[in-house]
Design a protein around this ligand. Structure first.
Ligand code: G1P
Length: 277
């Protein structure tokens, strides 16, 4: 098994119903914060962590994603030599330097199932997972996935990024508990998907950044449907956690829940204030 993280999986098959009607014909991952689609922010974060192989799990109605990460000859011909070329710099760089492959999730059976669908693109090596609707900004720190890839080199086990949330919000997240081995790193021994506040083992919530070891695929295959009748990655990770093979990392940086309208607007305002637009 490889010991470094060279691939990143992006589950991107969900319907994005909270953003209807915008997501009727446009994948939610293509909704922009300012001028850049959420998924492109995710791909850029992966690249900054030294990853240039992207595996995207798509579904019906998601073709705009493939078109985005491709050349657009007519458009590019139009803007060549004009100041607008600058706006295409980052996406051109991704298209030129990354390998991006796709597979389709035919049925929506949960995040665990989406990740298992990506097995064919990942194979037998550790990999990162980015949920593009959790948009992260690292400020003066190094990018969050990059922080996690470094930790992987040290711990060689699955890693989840966590942050403290108000106790009333535990039912929106996977929640972890365990023992801190440094001020920022916890050896996880319990994980619950979206517990009600009274049942939550802590207020440390998983956000959409994971590094997973490939034995997770066999575990997901065995996991029974959990919360909402779906195959949950949290439940599969609990099996690894029971063997001491999961750490939770209190990352340095800021995260926006762009899967909610509130978080989306906050992210827009935050990135606008930072931009030169
Ligand atoms: C998923 C996971 C959950 C995690 C969250 C992070 O939930 O199931 O454990 O805390 O992502 O965003 P979703 O937001 O897809 O319902």
């Amino acid at each position: 098994m490889k010991t470094s993280v060279k691939k990143c999986l992006f589950p991107a098959a969900g319907y994005g119903t909270r953003f209807l009607p915008a997501t009727k014909a446009i994948p939610k991952e293509m909704l922009p914060i300012l001028t850049k689609p959420l998924l492109q922010y995710g791909v850029e974060e992966a690249r900054s962590a030294g990853i240039d192989t992207m595996a995207i799990v798509t579904g019906r109605g998601k073709r705009a994603i493939e078109d985005h990460f491709d050349r657009s000859y007519e458009l590019e011909h139009q803007i060549d030599g004009t100041p607008k070329e600058e706006l295409m710099k980052e996406i051109r760089d991704i298209v030129k330097n990354c390998t991006i492959s796709y597979t389709r999730q035919v049925e929506m059976k949960g995040l665990g199932h989406a990740i298992l669908t990506g097995e064919t693109l990942i194979g037998d090596e550790p990999f990162a997972v980015i949920l593009a609707d959790d948009l992260c900004d690292n400020g003066d720190n190094e990018p969050i996935l990059s922080q996690m890839v470094k930790l992987y080199a040290q711990y060689q086990c699955s890693i989840v990024a966590v942050e403290e949330v108000p106790p009333k919000d535990t039912n929106k997240y996977g929640v972890v508990a365990g023992e801190f081995i440094t001020p920022d790193i916890m050896r996880v021994n319990n994980m619950v998907e979206k517990p009600e506040p009274k049942d939550a083992p802590s207020n440390l919530a998983i956000i959409g950044r994971y590094i997973l070891t490939p034995d997770i695929f066999d575990i997901i295959r065995e996991v029974k449907p959990g919360k909402g009748g779906e195959i949950q990655i949290t439940d599969a990770l609990l099996e690894q956690a029971k063997q001491g093979k999961v750490i939770a990392y209190k990352f340095k940086g800021k995260r926006f829940d762009c899967g909610s309208v509130d978080g989306f607007v906050q992210a827009t305002n935050y990135f606008y204030a930072k931009s030169n637009i």
